[in-house]
Design a protein. Sequence first.
Length: 105
Amino acid sequence: MYEVAEEYGFTIAHMEVGLDDHIHLLVSAPPKLSVTNIVRWLKGVSARKLFQLHPELKNAYWLAEGDRHLWAPSYFVESIDTTNEDAIAKYIDDQRRKEMKHDET
């Protein structure tokens, strides 16, 4: 994800990979980049690399018709100003701690 961000000109300030099937990201991007493209790049490049690194995923995520999807087509985005950035970063970090506690039980 960080490599994709660097390649396309945005930054990922915080990231948490959830146990279930989701990722929380705090992304900062210049106005010239659209949110749609950022999500498309993150999902597309990461899916391609994961399929290359872990061919066994093809059995679970590759449909018979040749259409492959690792990520769901949906996503949630909220724009924030700098005053809310710390609160969002804390939320993402708290999600990581919740996932770790879940692992311990």
